[in-house]
Design a protein around this ligand. Structure first.
Ligand code: OGA
Ligand code: NI
Length: 346
């Protein structure tokens, strides 16, 4: 239940985290791991009310400037959110042996060269989006990944059977994510001067892939030297992230890390690499990391919204023509994933 292999066997040696979790000096969050009340004033990270008519323009500005924004009045019912969180919390509360039964692939990385990224794991060195660092440091994180859409990629054998209601909660939440994603893509397309459906179509239409993750970051005795997830950008199109109320997510902008504040009932929207590519660099993939906490457990439920692997994604023709030349190579999404996961040039 404690997580990160029962918080590294309760640090039996010395009360310090093992060296494979200790980041190099320049990557350590230091006092910024948990700023608390002494924090300097934050630049206002956009919180956008989706019930307002100007929300689309605000999203386009935020995607250009930050690559990240929070949304409220997003239409995902509170009951669907709390049920998703309940089943996720209860899964991570199971004994380690039971969670271990959901491992797939090599067991040591979500990115074995061939094979599934799905399943349960701990403290990986190569998480999604290639926060893999060359030193091979581990993240202070347990996780579970599984696809939730479309039906052709969903493998229910990987989904937890326990707790009861896990499948229903995830299916229900997924339907809301599909609806919300279409709405976000509509606004973000218009913000680029494209047709409303342009982005949805460019990312696969009905074949759009949704990959659900649960992240579990247990308390850590030395949050200043380690990270829940190392700095990275997500390689998908967009990520819709549901957090619990424990802060820890930070975004890098203008040479420094900014805390993403907890806003009750908000969802956090990240621009991923594919939207940066499609927009020919007008929207920015958000560089982010997760810091951990001495007392509290952070949990988050990111939904990674991706094109199907066989789909070629490149700068949208209309935008590349306007900007000539195109700033990115068109590429099948699965090839992009392979290169990024294996630290190969794109
Ligand atoms: C991720 C990620 C952030 C968080 O899983 O890619 O960046 O707040 N998660 O858990
Ligand atoms: Ni991420």
């Amino acid at each position: 239940m404690a997580g990160v292999y029962e918080s590294v066997l309760a640090l039996s040696n010395s009360g310090t985290v093992p060296p494979d979790f200790v980041r190099s000096a320049q990557d350590q969050p230091g006092p910024n791991a948990f700023r608390g009340d002494s924090a300097p004033p934050e630049a206002p990270l956009p919180v956008i009310d989706m019930s307002r008519p100007e929300c689309g323009a605000l999203m386009a500005d935020a995607a250009t400037e930050w690559g990240l924004f929070q949304v409220v009045n997003h239409g995902v019912p509170a009951a669907a959110v709390s049920e998703l969180q309940r089943v996720g919390r209860n899964f991570f509360a199971l004994p380690r042996e039971e969670k271990e039964q959901h491992r797939t692939g090599s067991g040591s990385s979500v990115y074995p060269a061939t094979g599934s990224i799905e399943g349960y794991g701990i403290g990986i060195t190569g998480p999604r989006g290639s926060s893999r660092d060359l030193e091979g440091k581990k993240n202070w994180e347990d996780y579970l990944f599984h696809y939730v859409a479309p039906p052709t990629v969903v493998n229910h054998d990987i989904w937890p059977k326990n707790p009861a209601g896990y499948r229903e909660a995830n299916e229900e939440y997924c339907r809301h994510m599909q609806r919300l994603t279409r709405e976000l893509f509509g606004h973000l397309s218009l913000g680029l001067g494209l047709e409303k459906d342009a982005m949805s179509e460019a990312f696969g239409g009905d074949q759009l892939v949704l990959l659900q993750k649960i992240s579990y970051y247990p308390p850590c005795p030395q949050p200043e030297v380690t990270l829940g997830i190392a700095p990275h950008t997500d390689m998908c199109a967009v990520t819709v992230l549901l957090p619990n109320d424990v802060e820890g997510l930070q975004i890098f902008k203008d040479g420094r890390w900014h805390d993403v504040k907890h806003v009750p009932e908000a969802l956090i929207i990240f621009m991923g690499d594919q939207i940066e590519i499609l927009s020919n660099g007008r929207y920015k993939a958000a560089k982010h990391r997760v810091t951990v906490n001495k007392e509290k457990t952070r949990m988050s439920w990111p939904t990674f919204v991706e094109p199907p692997g066989e789909l070629v994604v490149g700068p949208h023709q209309q935008l590349a023509a306007a900007d000539s030349p195109a700033k990115y190579k068109p590429k099948k999404y699965k090839d992009y994933q392979f290169c990024k996961s294996n630290l190969l040039p794109q």
